[in-house]
Design a protein around this ligand. Structure first.
Ligand code: HEM
Length: 453
């Protein structure tokens, strides 16, 4: 009897293995003779893709096929194809994150939603962003928090910048709930790039758990906010209050929405801040030019007057620096799509159902598109329009990032106070480690010297 069961298990495993191998290699023999050239490979550890991309592009060209995230995949490092993919969302291509990512994000997440559900959630996101932008308290809050964080550096000689950047974005260290979210959040981010096996103790399983803890915390914060606003009948008009008032979303969708914004906006924006500070630390001439720009803007204002949108518009060089950090730093290296039909583009054909990865970082660092592509050179943006096919740090088309302006103004306002009040230097060896989740090894340690009295 026991031998019979063992035999059945063995047969089952053999069939499973054969299935996996067939699934892996069969598409290679498909009828699509014009498939981009290349060979299939087993899934790669995510931190080797830098080398992987370089190697594959030089061997097979800018568009090649591979087998990634357990799917046959067309990888595109071609600006035209990337643009074509982004512009044809829901027509020829569709957002398609690996299934296990849905397990972490939840099925109400806008980041994975498609079709009508996505449209409905996106409309809410756009109107929320507009409400926030139109609220002067939002800009004053950014300004105040930036000043507070920098004042706390006054007597310090060293800071771990990534931690400070997160404080600037509003999750203070003294707030227990916020600290909990932050801890879970990092677990959550690491899970997103880990191997999706739900075995207790794996990063993936920890991330799924972290997600459910974060959503309970967010739910509790929302309930508390509702209670307080009923008691005080006072509206704060910030992101959370505005979200609570939306009547086209269920409670679960609101929780999911708050999580999407945290995931989409929080770590990305603090990383952008860290990138700018890191690159400026190595580029004295850019730093000097930036200081002059901010001194001039400050010179036209009262001593403690808050910054506003008009000031932001005057920060031309700062915006060039931020764009260059986005190009050079590549916070989001690529996005996930799948082909909805058999597609022909230039000489390539992409079979229906295949995964498609437009790689933004490869285009951003392509020396044939950006002169001295491997140098941090903010002035290139003086003559280069940022709305172009070769620069897509926020994606494009109907899924283009709704928070891009918010992120830029947060970073610019923080820099306004930083460059005027501090000198800093970065430590050797603390570089951003890329792919796909970027981290500074030691959290970007800065030696700082205050000019504040
Ligand atoms: C430097 C900062 C940021 C970067 C580099 C960034 C990048 C991106 C990219 C590349 C996408 C497209 C994803 C895709 O096509 O699949 C995206 C989408 C999104 N981002 Fe951002 N983002 C940033 C800041 C923000 C902020 C501050 C928020 C929220 C306030 C935000 C919320 C979102 C949301 C909700 C989406 C999904 C949009 C959709 O599917 O229609 N992001 N972001």
């Amino acid at each position: 009897m026991a031998a019979g069961v063992c035999f059945l298990i063995l047969v089952g495993l053999a069939v499973l293995a054969l299935g996996l191998i067939m699934n892996h290699y069969l598409p290679l023999f498909s009828k699509h003779s014009l498939l981009p050239r290349g060979t299939f490979g087993w899934p790669h550890p995510s931190n080797s893709v830098g080398h992987f991309l370089q190697d594959h592009c030089s061997r097979y060209g800018r568009v090649f096929k591979s087998h990634l995230f357990f799917s046959p995949t067309v990888v595109s490092c071609d600006q035209e194809l990337n643009y074509f993919i982004l512009q044809n969302e829901d027509k020829l291509f569709q957002c398609s994150y690996p299934k296990p990512i849905h397990g972490i994000l939840g099925n109400k997440s806008m980041l994975v939603a498609v079709g009508d559900t996505h449209k409905r959630l996106r409309n809410v996101a756009l109107s929320l962003v507009n409400t926030i932008k139109a609220n002067p308290d939002f800009l004053d809050d950014i300004d105040t928090t930036a000043i507070q964080v920098l004042c706390s550096w006054k007597d310090k000689r060293q800071v771990i910048f990534c931690e400070e950047a997160r404080k600037v974005l509003g999750l203070g260290p003294d707030d227990v709930q916020a600290r909990e979210i932050l801890k879970d959040f990092l677990t959550f981010m690491r899970g997103l790039i880990s191997l999706p096996l739900y075995i207790p103790g794996t990063p993936y399983a920890r991330a799924v758990k972290a997600r459910s803890r974060i959503s309970s915390t967010v739910r509790a914060i929302m309930q508390e906010r509702r209670r307080v606003s009923v008691e005080n009948s006072k509206k704060k008009n910030d992101f959370l209050d505005t979200l609570l008032r939306v009547d086209t979303l269920s409670e679960d969708e609101k929780v999911s929405f708050a999580l999407d914004s945290l995931l989409g906006g929080y770590e990305t924006t603090s990383l952008l801040m860290a990138m700018v500070v890191h690159f400026l630390g190595q580029s004295p001439s850019a730093l000097q030019e930036m200081k002059e720009e901010h001194q001039e803007i400050r010179g036209m204002k009262q001593k403690d007057e808050y910054l506003n949108w008009e000031d932001f518009k005057k920060m031309n060089f700062t915006q060039n620096v931020v764009n260059e950090a986005l190009r050079f730093g590549n916070i989001v290296k690529f996005v996930h799509r799948k082909a909805l039909k058999d597609i022909k583009f230039k000489d390539y054909s992409i079979p229906c159902g295949w995964k498609v990865l437009p790689i933004f970082s490869a285009v951003h660092l392509d020396p044939s598109l950006h002169a001295n592509a491997l140098q941090f050179h903010p002035r290139r943006w003086e003559t280069q329009d940022q709305a172009c096919k070769k620069f897509t740090p926020f994606g494009g088309g109907s899924r283009c990032c709704p928070g891009s302006e918010l992120a830029k103004v947060e970073v610019a306002f923080f820099l306004h106070h930083l460059v005027q009040n501090f000198r800093w230097s970065t430590n050797d060896g603390d570089h951003p480690i890329a792919y796909p989740y970027i981290e500074f090894h030691k959290g970007l340690v800065l030696d700082v010297e205050s000019k504040l009295v």
